[in-house]
Ligand binder design. Structure first.
Ligand SMILES: Nc1nc2c(ncn2[C@@H]2O[C@H](COP(=O)(O)OP(=O)(O)OP(=O)(O)O)[C@@H](O)[C@H]2O)c(=O)[nH]1
Ligand SMILES: [Mg+2]
Length: 167
C-alpha cells in the first residue's frame, strides 16, 4: 500500500476542515472553529485491487497569516484548492494560493467548489469559471454538509495517485 500526502488549501471558512471531517468521519457541524496551524488525518481508500493511504493535511486559512508557508506542502503528491461559491473573492484567493503553491511544487491541483448545498451567490458565470479553473486537473462541486461529491473528490484523487505510482 502506498501513502500519499494531500494538502487542502484555501481562504478561511471555505470548508477545508469540514470536507475532511465529512470524508474521514462522515460527520458535519454548522459550528465554525477556525483552524490554527495544521492538522493531519489519515484515510485508506480502496481502488479496485489496490489501496492508498491518504494523509490529509488540513492547513489553516491562508488569509490568516501573512504569506504562504511553503513548508506545509513539501512532499505533497497533490493539492486541493477549496473555494466557497457563496463568496466570489474565495475563488480569486484560491487561484492566488494555487500560484504560490505552484512556485514551490509542481504537483497536480484539484479545485473543490464547496457549499454546493447553498445557492451560488458568486458572480462567476460558467464561461469565466471554465477559464479560471483551466489550470486544475479536475473540478468538483462539493458539499461537506450533504456529503455530495466528497467521496468522489477523494476517490478520484486516490485513483489518479495509484495509476501514477504504477507507471
Ligand atoms: N452549508 C454548508 N456549510 C459549510 C460547508 N462546508 C463548511 N461549511 C461551514 O462553513 C464554516 C467554515 O467551515 P470550516 O470547515 O471550518 O472552514 P475552513 O476552510 O476549515 O476554515 P479555516 O480553518 O478558518 O481556514 C463552518 O460553519 C461550516 O459548518 C458546506 O458544504 N455547506
Ligand atoms: Mg479549518
Amino acid at each position: 500500500m502506498i501513502q500519499k500526502k494531500i494538502c487542502l488549501l484555501g481562504a478561511s471558512g471555505v470548508g477545508k476542515t469540514s470536507l475532511i471531517k465529512q470524508f474521514v468521519e462522515g460527520i458535519f457541524s454548522d459550528k465554525y472553529l477556525t483552524s490554527i496551524g495544521v492538522k493531519i488525518d489519515k484515510k485508506r481508500v480502496e481502488c479496485q485491487s489496490d489501496s492508498v493511504q491518504l494523509m490529509l493535511w488540513d492547513i489553516e486559512g491562508i488569509d490568516r497569516y501573512c504569506g504562504f508557508q511553503p513548508k506545509y506542502i513539501r512532499g505533497a503528491a497533490a493539492i486541493i484548492i477549496v473555494v466557497d461559491h457563496t463568496r466570489s473573492q474565495s475563488l480569486i484567493e484560491g487561484i492566488e494560493i494555487f500560484k504560490l503553491a505552484r512556485d514551490v511544487s509542481d504537483v497536480p491541483a484539484i479545485l473543490a467548489i464547496n457549499k454546493a448545498d447553498l445557492d451560488s451567490t458568486w458572480h462567476w458565470g460558467e464561461d469565466e469559471l471554465a477559464e479560471l479553473s483551466h489550470p486544475f486537473s479536475h473540478t468538483f462541486h462539493t458539499s461537506a454538509k450533504s456529503g455530495a461529491n466528497v467521496e468522489l473528490l477523494f476517490s478520484t484523487l486516490a485513483q489518479k495517485l495509484l495509476s501514477e505510482a504504477e507507471q
